[in-house]
Design a protein. Structure first.
Length: 370
């Protein structure tokens, strides 16, 4: 929404905020130290900053909040802990009733390409985590990226070194309560159903293609800047309500680069009804409101504060109207008086604005003469 800024309103302000100057960080994570031990580190993407010079908003004005610019390192990963790194794999020996092996494999965090992602999954399925000679669960698995289709091709076949060819079923389990943490989008599936296919006793390789085009950045397509200054200026479709999103920044650089945002030509201003600003909370998330981990790096944002004269919603006191009143003449009379009062107040506000403008011009003329 656009607003006309008045020259006699409080002057605009820019808040330049660097996450390294935070008063406190509001989220942490556990990670491996260089020596293999677990350490707890702060997430630089969620912090609070205490403003030493408190900003007071005049009673007759309201504040417009908007993003002026942002500089964010693209140091977060496309495969992230507790987001999309748990792959549940199940292999069943159909030749023996009730014989199967199932694991929930945590894919290490990182920025994967389609090829490196496929290599990790291949290594797990072809390794000892699933393969088991005692249960006669033995097969060869391959996962190939088809560049023409943009899909993965999944294949299971009999191993040449095995003399016994059992009937094996391989499944990816996406619906066992872990759908919010599985890489089904990256693997090319909707995640609404489990995917399985059977290697027959004939030994012929069996292949399937992913049902969708893969998206290695399926867990994040934009960076959302959220702040305590706004609460109802932007609709969030995940929650279905207006939220504290200040701005969405598209990711238009490769991993390892810097995301720059200068929304000068498409600035959304949220009008907020706050009287003073002394603390600022900033949080970077993906589109599902999950905190991003910049992996130790810092970011900077500049927030614009503009001020306008604006009337607040007026609650018109109607008094206690008795239910014994018959007809609407008394109510209509009260409404008429209230509407007249509001009209007079509006006229007086316009007169006050004209007087302020005139005094401002006189002061400018006097300064010029001096």
């Amino acid at each position: 929404m656009s607003y006309i800024l008045q020259s006699n309103a409080m002057s605009s302000k820019i808040l330049y905020i660097d996450s390294r100057d935070a008063s406190s960080y509001l989220a942490q994570k556990t990670k491996k130290n260089y020596d293999g031990t677990d350490i707890v580190v702060d997430l630089t993407s969620y912090f609070q900053y205490t403003i030493k010079e408190k900003i007071e908003v005049p009673l007759n004005q309201r504040c417009l909040v908007s993003l002026n610019s942002a500089t964010i390192p693209y140091s977060f990963y496309n495969i992230r802990d507790n987001v999309n790194n748990i792959l549940v794999i199940k292999a069943t020996n159909l030749s023996a009733v009730g014989v199967f092996k199932e694991i929930a494999f945590p894919i290490p965090e990182g920025n994967y390409t389609a090829y490196t992602f496929a290599e990790v999954i291949e290594d797990v399925i072809n390794g000892t985590a699933i393969q088991d000679a005692t249960l006669a669960i033995l097969f060869k698995f391959s996962m190939d990226y088809d560049t023409d289709l943009g899909m993965f091709k999944y294949t299971i076949e009999r191993r040449t070194e095995d003399s016994v060819n059992q009937q094996i079923k391989l499944e990816f389990i996406f619906t066992a309560g872990t759908i919010n943490q599985t890489p089904h989008i990256e693997m090319g599936f909707s995640g609404k159903e489990d995917i399985g296919w059977i290697l027959q006793t004939t030994g012929t390789a069996v292949s399937i293609y992913s049902t969708n085009v893969i998206d290695m950045n399926g867990s994040i397509h934009g960076v959302y800047i959220r702040t305590n200054l706004v609460s109802n200026g932007t609709l969030d479709t995940q929650s279905g309500t207006f939220s504290n999103i200040l701005s969405r920044i598209p990711i238009n650089v490769a991993s390892g680069g810097i995301i720059f945002a200068t929304p000068n030509n498409a600035t959304h201003r949220s009008i907020v009804d706050i009287r003073s600003i002394d603390t600022l909370t900033i949080r970077l998330t993906d589109e599902r409101n999950r905190i991003l981990d910049l992996n130790g790096l810092h970011f900077q944002v500049a927030i614009s504060l503009d001020f306008v004269y604006a009337k607040r919603k007026q609650n018109i006191p109607m008094g206690s109207l008795s239910e014994s009143i018959t007809g609407h003449s008394h109510i209509e009379d009260i409404q008429t008086r209230m509407e007249k009062r509001i009209e007079n107040e509006n006229k007086q506000n316009k007169i006050n604005d004209l007087i302020i403008d005139k005094l401002t011009k006189i002061n400018q003329i006097n300064k010029t003469k001096k």
